[in-house]
Design a protein around this ligand. Structure first.
Ligand SMILES: Cc1cc2nc3c(=O)[nH]c(=O)nc-3n(C[C@H](O)[C@H](O)[C@H](O)COP(=O)(O)O)c2cc1C
Length: 159
C-alpha cells in the first residue's frame, strides 16, 4: 500500500494584535492590515482584489461557510472558528467575527476581525470539522499534532 505523509506547520496567532480584512459584497478582498498579511504569509498587494477563499483551508467544512454567508447577507454578525491556509501551505486558527456594513438600510461591504484560540479549542474544532467534512464528503483523514519544540527532533528522521 502507498502511504503519503504531509506535514503542515501551524503559525501561532499573536495575542493583542488585530487581524483585519474587508471585502466587497462578493467576498473579494478590498483591504487587509499588516498583521493579516504577515500571519497569512502574503504581501497585502497579493491579497487585495482576490476572493477571500484564497486562504480557505481544505479542512474547513462547506457548512461553516454556508452559515457564514447566510448570516451576513441577512445583515447579521457571524462568529466562528476558522482554520486558514497560509501561502506556504501551513495553517493558523482564528476566532473570527464577520459583519456587514450597512448604509441606508443596505449591506454595502463586509469586514472581519479575528483573535487567537486556545490550543484545546483548536484541537476540539479540528475534530469537529473533520467529522463534518467526513459527513459532507464521505472522506476522512488522520491528523497528527506535533508540538513546535518536537520539530527539531523530527528533523533527525527522513520522513
Ligand atoms: C469579510 C469576510 C472575511 C472572510 N474571511 C475568511 C477567512 O478568513 N477564511 C476563509 O476561509 N474564508 C473567509 N471568508 C469566506 C470566504 O469568502 C469564502 O466563502 C470561503 O473561503 C469558502 O470558499 P467558497 O465560498 O469558495 O467555498 C470571509 C468572507 C468575508 C465576507
Amino acid at each position: 500500500m502507498d502511504t503519503s505523509f504531509d506535514m503542515f506547520i501551524e503559525t501561532e496567532v499573536p495575542e493583542n494584535q488585530l487581524i483585519i480584512s474587508r471585502t466587497d459584497l462578493k467576498g473579494v478582498i478590498t483591504y487587509v492590515n499588516e498583521t493579516f498579511a504577515q500571519i497569512s504569509g502574503y504581501e497585502p498587494e497579493e491579497l487585495i482584489g482576490k476572493p477571500h477563499n484564497i486562504i480557505r483551508h481544505p479542512d474547513m467544512p462547506k457548512s461553516a461557510f454556508a452559515d457564514l454567508w447566510e448570516t451576513i447577507r441577512r445583515g447579521e454578525t457571524w462568529r466562528g472558528y476558522v482554520k486558514n491556509l497560509r501561502k506556504d501551505r501551513g495553517y493558523y486558527w482564528v476566532y473570527a467575527e464577520i459583519s456587514p456594513l450597512i448604509k441606508n438600510g443596505e449591506v454595502v461591504e463586509y469586514k472581519s476581525i479575528r483573535e487567537p484560540m486556545s490550543r484545546e479549542k483548536r484541537i476540539e474544532m479540528q475534530r469537529l470539522y473533520d467529522k463534518l467534512r467526513a459527513e459532507e464528503e464521505g472522506t476522512s483523514r488522520v491528523v497528527l499534532y506535533v508540538r513546535n519544540e518536537s520539530l527539531e527532533e523530527l528533523g533527525k528522521y527522513e520522513l
